[in-house]
Design a protein around this ligand. Sequence first.
Ligand SMILES: *Cc1c(COP(=O)(O)O)cnc(C)c1O
Length: 402
Amino acid sequence: MDQRKFYYFDNNATTQVAPEVVEAMIPFLRDFWGNPSSAYQFGKQVARHVESAREKVAALINADPREVIFTSCGTESNNSAIHSALVSQPGKRHVVTTAVEHSANIKFCAYLEKRGYDITLLPVESDGSIDIHLLEKSIRPDTAIVSVMWANNETGVIFPLEEIAAICRSKGVPCHTDAVQTPGKLKIDVADLGVDYLSLSAHKLHAPKGIGMLYVKKRARYQPYIIGGGQERGRRGGTENVANIVAFGRAAELAMATLNDENTRVRAMRDRMEKTILSTIPNTVRNGSFDSRLPNTSNIAFDSVEAEAILLMLDQASICVSSGSACTTGSLDPSHVLTAMGLTPSRARGSIRFSLGVYNTNEEVDYLLKHLPPIISRLRAISSSTATMPGKESKSEAAVTK
Ligand SMILES: *Cc1c(COP(=O)(O)O)cnc(C)c1O
């Protein structure tokens, strides 16, 4: 694998595994490989480390360790929460969610809709915010669950989760949130939030891919999604992913420790980057509200350029950014998040997400700010020269809409 210096501004897609996290997990790959469910000491000592990691992850969200279920990823956690609400309340076949959720929710809800469930996808305003009166009105007697993300992975826009959870409580409907983008960026306290279910994914907080968790509030109903052995107190079958669970625990500790850096230094770098791009590159606009936003994320539309082209040229300069979310890159459809905010398909297709992290430096931001403007000018020059050639514009349009 290529180990040249690269400039990583795609922390909402995944994050570098912290060296401290690698250190913490290695003993469980090399030496302590016993099954935590085994009756002998070689297994039992591993089980103790799983429980210690559970305490650390619980501390990150101010929960009781018994409220934490380890899963394989954020997608599984989201699917499990909605699945549980539907199977434990068979008479209720309506789900309320939003049009800007991660595909882990959007696609699962589309799957449910095909099987006869009723889904309400709440719209958003042009700045990505939600109308909570509309949310309140959408809750019906047959609503099984309300699932609303806390912070958007594409724009960083934060939803008023405490208010949303309070509405759900007043209506007696369980509330789930996809909080995958928040650790290390927002202070997470499930008691303050008042949600019943909350999803996290470890690879978004400097731990490896393939480990997530679902918080299930004490006394909230829960029906397992993965059925098998009695692991996770009967709530999630499958032998525990021990090394990754230990890694998640260590990463949870680090996320609490870096909260301040993320909200001061990272926020300042993001703001400087965004301000410079918007003020020095013409015909650019920020997507999403300025204020109610994660400290690390900036989503910018570059008019009359294809984001895919920007991405490829930045990649040649070893800069990693993304168009839309990594999970939908590869499809030529414009981002469902930006489309839901009312952007035209062409503006949505010209939008780039920059997501910074605690490993970024001001020098790296300078490098980006040096390389981006000439790339945009070059691409705009190409697109305006092809647009004036007879017959060309319809052809390039066809290439992106098929
Ligand atoms: C990355 C992400 C997910 C999916 O998590 P995985 O662990 O990759 O399945 C879900 N929701 C949001 C908001 C995300 O950013």
